[in-house]
Design a binder for this molecule. Structure first.
Ligand code: CP
Ligand code: NVA
Length: 314
């Protein structure tokens, strides 16, 4: 597999390889410090980023390469040059392209026209590199056996909810997503696709509107912002009202398994999707999770550029 475009393109073996290497890069960040010597990686983002941008630039530096960061208003792409032409040009200079934007189809178009690996650094649909950091953090807490555990996401049925379903299905885990009904529920096509995949991996997909039952005995309670980048401000009041009962407070955390942890991809809005007590409390692993954004992006660059990732669709 050349690119990392969607979480459910990976196999469990691919994920294990990436997480093993990321764990190595956590202990020894410079273990492959000549891998990208004299080479560049282009990072292009049309949405803001703290973690993904800085983790990507640091990962490239640790591999011995030079990151080139370009904003939307710095490329001719914003002035009508085509995605295909842009992909061809970047392929002539760099070893990989990391891209964050709105439409998943734009990332897929870029990848189809690029001869170098393209890594999706978040779209409206997907956040695969976040999923790698999340599950490395989960593995550090609970080991590699995900059976007999419940992994729950609560909140908006957004790109992170969909990514949670996909990685759960890939890994054969029991994942639960609790969202309000209707507009803020995950895309039904993604639910169907992940249910089908879970049937082949031994996982279970549960989509519910009952937040308390979703959190009961969960090993992980995960949440994300209620207003994502690109969401319409016109929806804010209605959305926040609908999501109120999905706020992760001590009352929800108390329903979790006794060793249950709290996770969040960040940025967080204390007092909205999570209370300060929870995110800053003893069960929160969010700082380790954020740390692993660098280790896992470094692993993704390393293995994609080497051509080690098999992919589920191969
Ligand atoms: N979690 C995450 O992707 O954070 P940034 O938006 O800061 O990159
Ligand atoms: N759902 C959020 C995730 C941020 C990392 C967004 O897309 O803005």
């Amino acid at each position: 597999m050349k690119d990392l475009l969607r979480t459910d393109h990976l196999t469990r073996e691919d994920v294990e390889l990436l997480l093993d290497t990321a764990a190595r890069f956590a202990d020894a960040p410079l273990a492959e410090r000549s891998f990208l010597a004299n080479d560049t990686v282009v990072i292009h983002m049309t949405k803001p980023s703290t973690r993904t941008r800085l983790a990507s630039e640091t990962a490239v530096a640790h591999l011995g390469g030079t990151p080139i960061f370009v904003r939307a208003d710095e490329l001719q792409l914003g002035r009508g040059e085509t995605i295909a032409d842009t992909a061809r040009i970047i392929s002539g200079y760099a070893k990989a392209l990391i891209i964050r934007t709105f439409a998943q189809s734009d990332v897929e178009d870029l990848a189809a026209n690029a001869t170098i690996p393209v890594i999706n650094a978040l779209t409206d649909d997907e956040h695969p590199t976040q999923a790698l950091a999340d599950w490395l953090t989960i593995r550090e807490n609970f080991g590699n056996d995900f059976s007999n555990r419940k992994f729950t996401y609560v909140g908006d049925g957004n790109n992170m909810a969909q990514t949670w379903l996909e990685m759960g299905a890939v890994l054969g885990a029991h994942v639960v997503v609790a969202t309000p009904a209707g507009k803020w529920a995950p895309d039904t096509a993604v639910v169907a696709r992940t249910e089908e995949l879970a049937r082949t991996t031994g996982g279970t997909i549960e989509v519910t509107h009952d937040v308390k039952s979703a959190c009961r005995d969960a090993s992980v309670i995960y949440t994300d912002v209620w207003m994502s980048m690109g969401d319409s401000e016109a929806d804010r009041a209605e959305k926040i009202a609908a999501l109120g009962e999905f706020s992760v407070t001590d009352a929800l955390m108390n329903l979790a398994a006794s060793d249950g942890i709290f996770m969040h991809c960040l940025p967080a809005h204390r007092g909205e999707e999570v209370s300060a007590d929870v995110i800053d409390g003893p069960r929160s692993v969010v700082w380790r999770e954020a740390y692993h954004r660098r280790t896992t992006i470094q692993a993704a660059l390393f293995h994609l550029i080497r051509g080690d990732i098999k992919g589920r669709l191969a």
